[in-house]
Design a protein around this ligand. Structure first.
Ligand code: GLY
Length: 375
């Protein structure tokens, strides 16, 4: 067995997506000796993501704990960005807010349900008519019915974020091991090249986390999503200046602009096991919906089509907490991995130090899901 001999608590983080990188960075900044295992960090679902930080637009009746966790994390984002900019690089946030548009009468009814729910729980969102919607985002289709203005939901450039986190990890002395983890026992990580001893192992391998620990087998599953990247051409209307979400014939859509003329269009959502192939039907569905909502995208250059696997739990709330002595889990972030990164990292660091995790993160303790699975 190989033993890491640096000072402080020895922490292994399994998984180098946004959650694993954030946990590794914050844990190293808190003084722990961190090793991150991933054959290809800064890839997977985090690389494919749209980058929305959107607790309100993602809210739905019955998922109050997800909303509260998202808001707690969103409140931590400004500080997260400041510290990340110091340690790594600026991940470039878009603070212009979000609109959600409805395509047909059924979609408008769905938006009204969301608006009514948000009103009841006292969250900031305002229904706007077609004219006000197009005033906010001039290139939107004149056929859209109504919209919801959500000023507090923001976005970040997911790829700049991942690169910044990698740099911040390097800056704080995180050691990267570019290999798969085959098994995790308390205090031990086994890979193809040997066994490594740690004081704590943090399981943050997204959809694959269920394979790493027998207790997680039925609690985390992959949920496929396809996205497109399109780039405005010199002669076409630029992308919207803020995040545009829409419901088009009962399907959710988003267009998230980047600062360089590119826009991320997403996302499909369906169960397909660990299949990461981009299906032609997914591309067609996204292009068709995007063109209806923001017609100019038809002239854009299609620069990329990609698929990623969200990690879904059984109740859409992540699993963040201690599984056993020496093993902590941080996965199951569903559609909110980027949003939840700061609160998850803070919760894991608190657990490493035997402190209480942030208030809203306590609802994400895996004990609730294990209890349900055993009934
Ligand atoms: N965060 C949006 C998605 O998962 O597609």
């Amino acid at each position: 067995m190989t033993t890491d001999t640096r000072n402080g608590a020895r922490v292994a983080v399994v998984g180098g997506g946004v959650i694993g990188l954030s946990v590794a960075w914050r844990a190293a900044a808190a003084g722990h000796a961190v090793t991150l295992f991933d054959p290809k960090p800064a890839a997977g679902a985090s690389w494919v993501a749209g980058g929305m930080l959107a607790p309100v637009a993602e809210a739905w009746p019955g998922e109050e704990a997800v909303l509260e966790l998202g808001e707690e994390s969103l409140a931590r984002w400004p500080r997260f960005v400041r510290e990340l900019t110091t340690d790594g690089a600026d991940p470039v946030m878009n603070t212009a807010g979000t609109v959600i548009a409805a395509w047909d009468p059924g979609d408008a009814a769905q938006l009204e349900v969301l608006a009514g729910y948000l009103r009841r729980v006292g969250r900031g969102a305002e229904l706007v008519d077609r004219r006000q919607l197009r005033k906010r985002v001039p290139g939107l289709s004149s056929r859209l019915r109504i919209g919801l203005w959500v000023p507090g939901d923001l976005a970040v450039d997911n790829r700049k974020l991942l690169r910044a986190l990698q740099r911040a990890c390097d800056h704080r002395g995180v050691r990267f091991r570019h290999e798969w983890v085959e098994a995790v026992e308390p205090a031990t990580v086994r890979t193809g090249s040997g066994e490594f001893a740690y004081d704590e192992v943090v399981l943050a391998a997204g959809a694959r986390t269920g394979m790493l620990h027998r207790e997680l087998k039925d609690l985390v599953r992959p949920l496929k999503g396809e996205i497109l990247r399109l780039r405005a051409r010199r002669t076409s209307l630029p992308p919207p200046p803020l995040t545009v979400r829409a419901v088009v014939e009962n399907r959710p859509l988003y267009l998230v602009p980047r600062t360089d003329g590119e826009v991320v269009v997403g996302a499909t959502q369906y169960e397909a096991g660990f299949d990461e192939t981009v299906a032609a039907g997914g591309v067609r569905e996204l292009l068709d919906a995007a063109e209806r909502v923001y017609p100019s995208v038809a002239e854009y250059e299609l620069t990329e089509a990609a698929a990623g696997l969200r990690s879904a739990s059984t109740d859409n709330l992540p699993l963040i907490g201690r599984l056993s002595d020496g093993v902590i889990v941080a996965t199951g972030h569903y559609r909110n991995g980027l949003l939840h990164a700061p609160v998850t990292a803070d919760a894991v660091v608190a657990l490493l130090e035997d402190d209480e995790p942030p208030g809203a993160a306590r609802a994400a303790d895996p004990a609730r899901a294990r209890k349900e699975a055993s009934v």
